[in-house]
Design a binder for this molecule. Structure first.
Ligand code: NAD
Ligand code: AHE
Ligand code: ZN
Length: 370
């Protein structure tokens, strides 16, 4: 079939809207009509050329929601008409990783996914002249139709709006999951969140859900403050307005440091500040941000010797087929909020404007509706 997509032809160039060929689903695969997709900073990171796994030409996008159109041979858990959220972290429920309760990082298709290919080592997308186009993070939601493995789709309730629940495909689950699955924050905790964008705001709403007492937000952009307060931030710090050492300021503000700190910027200098502003003896710092190729984190080992813990999280530690339908229920039941964070709704041919607003710090989440 033919479908319309925003194609990343090369790093650093705007996406190009074009018709592309899409082959139907093979064994174990599912054809999905994408109804809506969010624009995550990670899409921008890959498009910039900073992602060591970034390959071109590719169809980016990994924060979608849509409807099953057709299933390939052997697919048993989904049928046409089902509503689904694509999962860049699949859940096969069989591999060594899925069987280990300590991780959500299903590895059953990770190597082909990282090469922009389906599990059989081929792509379903091509240009109209036959040139193959690569998949991205196993999702490619910047296409109106896409093909995914069955294990990379969460089946969700049909009354949930696509243009909101697409955000659960990455940002919402990553932020809330970092709090409840990875850090396992306790009631009454003190926390510091660095970066109040599409991920950091969801960390903040996760902290509120978990019953944190003090939630400090740190961002260079003052315009992020009102939204963060709406989601539960109790104190705001702009590093540019702090006289002297930022770590010392945060340690004083929190009475010794955060029980939990979170990096949602992708800046390795910020990651160090986050670790060092965690409380001596027990503070845990969670890295969410994705750093460019070649970037490395550093700190004095003494920071860890004296009891701080440094860890990371992918997709908020969530097991997608199990946890994502539940997060959709939380949204539909009013336990979590999504709507105010979706600041812009765009058509596919406006997608580059969405990235421009991200760069300018004008948006929280832009969502493309097909
Ligand atoms: P975003 O652009 O919406 O937000 C980033 C925020 O960080 C902005 O508000 C910006 O002003 C702030 N910021 C930038 N530099 C800062 C600094 N030095 N100090 C304080 N604040 C600073 O991005 P997002 O969509 O929220 O994504 C955040 C990060 O999380 C990205 O690196 C993204 O790739 C990553 N991410 C990781 C996962 C995961 O599973 N680990 C999932 C989604 C996104
Ligand atoms: N390809 C990059 C790493 C990118 C990365 O860390 N991705 C996160 C999800 S970001 C979603 O917005 C992730 O899930 N990582 C685990 C994995 O297996 O990719 C690089 O540095 O090579
Ligand atoms: Zn993302």
């Amino acid at each position: 079939m033919r479908t319309t997509a925003a194609v990343a032809l090369e790093a650093g160039k705007p996406l190009e809207i074009m018709d592309v060929n899409l082959e139907g689903p093979k064994a174990g695969e599912v054809l999905v009509e994408v109804k809506a997709t969010g624009l995550c900073h990670t899409d921008d990171f890959t498009l910039s050329g900073a992602d060591p796994e970034g390959l071109f030409p590719a169809i980016l996008g990994h924060e979608g929601a849509g409807v099953v159109v057709e299933v390939g041979p052997g697919v048993t858990s989904l049928q046409p008409g089902d509503h689904v959220i694509p999962l860049y972290t699949p859940e096969c429920r069989e591999c060594e990783y899925c069987l280990n309760p300590k991780t959500n990082l299903c590895q059953s298709i990770r190597s082909t996914q990282g090469q922009g290919l389906m599990p059989d080592g081929t792509s379903r997308f091509s240009m109209l002249d036959g040139t193959p186009i690569l998949h991205y993070m196993g999702c490619s939601t910047f296409a109106n139709h896409t093909v995914l493995p069955e294990i990379a789709l969460a089946k969700v309730r049909k009354d949930a709006p696509f243009d909101k629940i697409c955000y659960i495909g990455c940002g919402v689950t990553t932020g809330i999951g970092a709090v409840v699955n990875t850090a396992k924050v306790e009631i009454g905790s003190t926390a510091i969140v660095f970066g109040l964008g599409g991920i950091g705001l969801n960390v903040i709403q996760g902290l509120r859900l978990a019953g944190a007492d003090q939630i400090v937000g740190v961002d260079l952009n003052d315009a992020k403050k009102p939204m963060a307060e709406k989601f539960g931030m109790t104190h705001f710090v702009n590093p540019n307005e702090v006289d002297g050492d930022l770590v010392a300021h945060l340690v004083e503000l929190t009475g010794g440091g955060g029980d939990y700190t979170f990096d949602a910027t992708g800046n390795v200098g910020v990651m160090r500040t986050a670790l060092e502003s965690a409380h001596k003896g027990w503070g845990e710092s969670v890295i969410i941000g994705v750093a460019p190729a070649g970037a490395e984190i550093s700190t004095r080992p003494f920071q860890l010797v004296t009891g701080r813990v440094w860890r990371g999280t992918a997709f908020g530690g969530a097991r997608g087929r199990t946890d994502v339908p539940q997060i959709v229920d939380w949204y539909m039941d009013g336990k979590i909020e999504i709507d105010p964070m979706i600041t812009h709704t765009l058509k596919l041919d406006e997608i580059n404007k969405g990235f421009e607003m991200m760069h300018a710090g004008e948006s929280i989440r832009s969502v493309v509706v097909y």
